[in-house]
Each structure stands twice: as C-alpha cells, then as structure tokens.
Design a protein around this ligand. Structure first.
Ligand SMILES: Cc1cc2nc3c(=O)[nH]c(=O)nc-3n(C[C@H](O)[C@H](O)[C@H](O)COP(=O)(O)O)c2cc1C
Length: 196
C-alpha cells in the first residue's frame, strides 16, 4: 500500500470483529514494522507486551482494580461489582492489546524524551502496517498506562513510561470507522516557514 494512502486512510476504531482474530504472525509482523522507526543512537529502547486470551483477562483484572481504586472508601459492593464487570467486558472485546513502554537504558547517550519520541514513531509505524494488513487499531493511554500498578505488572521502574495501549483487531464493519475524527485543522494553522 502507498504510504500516503495509509497515512490518510488510517483512523482509530473502537469496535472489533469478534469472529476473526489476527494471527500471531501478523501481530509480530506489525511489531517488526514498528522497530524500523528512527531512534537516536539506534537505541531501540522500546518494549512491546502483547495480551490475548487469559493474558488479556489478567490485564482486564488489573484495569478493573485501577478503576476500583478511584472509588470512595465507602462505595457499596454493588458498584464495585459493576465496575469489575464493565471494565472486564470492555477489555475482553479487544482481540489483541499491545502495551508499548519505554524502559530506561543504562549508559545511554540520548535523553529519555528522545526515546519516547522514537517510541511514538514506532507506534505510528505499527498502526500504518496494521492498516495495510486490513487491521484496525486504537491507541490510548489513560489510567491503565499511567497507573503505578501497571508499571509493577510490567516490571517497569516508577519513572519509566507506558506510551501506548494499542487495541488491534479486524473491523466489525465498514460503518464503524466512517465519519469518526476524519477532519484535521488546515496545515497552515500549524506551519511556519522561516525563509529570511
Ligand atoms: C498518546 C495518545 C493517547 C491517546 N489516548 C486516547 C484515550 O485515552 N482515549 C481516546 O478516546 N483516544 C485516545 N487517543 C486517540 C486519539 O483520540 C485519536 O488518535 C485522535 O482523535 C485522532 O483520531 P484518528 O486516530 O482516527 O486519526 C490517543 C492518541 C494518542 C496518540
């Protein structure tokens, strides 16, 4: 697929086919594409954790726990049960979830922000590669990416960042990803030429 076409066609999609699962090979193929992103000193300080099946259920339980922590101490049992059920159901509708994190490298020459920037480029590569394969994706961060509990779960240090929670699957139907966030501000709003 033409790169420009993929860039302009790719859109975040929140609902996925429950009938068709991406294969392990396909997921590894899109992650391999991620690793061709530019990276200062070729540090490649990215890490991909893929969740599916019972692994995804564990992530769903963690996500529910993180959301439970926000409830007031006197919250009733029924609202806790509702949150657990709702969070788990939400997570389990995603065929695959890929967490992208940026471990801090020892003795590296570049700044951590550069590793984060490279990680974001890697994610975009992955989303475009997924699009080419007929997959749809949804990149979020949110409470799951920010929680200390998730860092412990992934064995990351407190000051290391999770930069993406990427849901991946086949589209449920064409309709689900039409007319959602298709517009962009004119590039001239964001562009400055310095010529003199
Ligand atoms: C770092 C990052 C975090 C995001 N987190 C969320 C999120 O928590 N919830 C959400 O609905 N979308 C999230 N998004 C997706 C954006 O809302 C989406 O990419 C944007 O609206 C443009 O839509 P498009 O991807 O279809 O072009 C996130 C995107 C990025 C890059």
């Amino acid at each position: 697929m033409n790169v420009s076409k993929a860039i302009h066609e790719r859109r975040s999609v929140k609902t996925f086919s429950q009938k068709r699962q991406p294969t392990r090979d396909l997921i590894e193929k899109i992650i391999e594409s991620a690793t061709w992103a530019p990276t200062h000193h070729l540090n490649q300080a990215w890490r991909f954790d893929v969740f599916k099946g019972d692994g995804l259920l564990k992530l769903a339980q963690l996500d529910a726990e993180i959301h439970l922590d926000e409830l007031p101490a006197d919250a009733v049992e029924t609202s806790k049960t509702a949150i657990i059920r709702q969070r788990s159901a939400k997570m389990m509708q995603y065929p695959i979830v890929i967490m992208v994190s940026i471990p801090k490298l020892h003795g590296r020459k570049s700044a951590y922000i550069e590793e984060i920037a490279a990680g974001a480029a890697a994610i975009q590569n992955m989303l475009l590669a997924a699009h080419e394969e007929g997959l749809v994706t949804f990149w979020t961060t949110g409470k799951l990416a920010r929680s200390k509990k998730t860092k412990i779960f992934l064995d990351l240090a407190k000051n290391e960042e999770i930069i993406g929670v990427i849901r991946v699957g086949y589209p449920e139907s064409e309709k689900t990803h039409k007319k959602w966030r298709e517009k962009r501000e004119p590039v001239t709003n964001k562009l400055n030429w310095h010529e003199a």
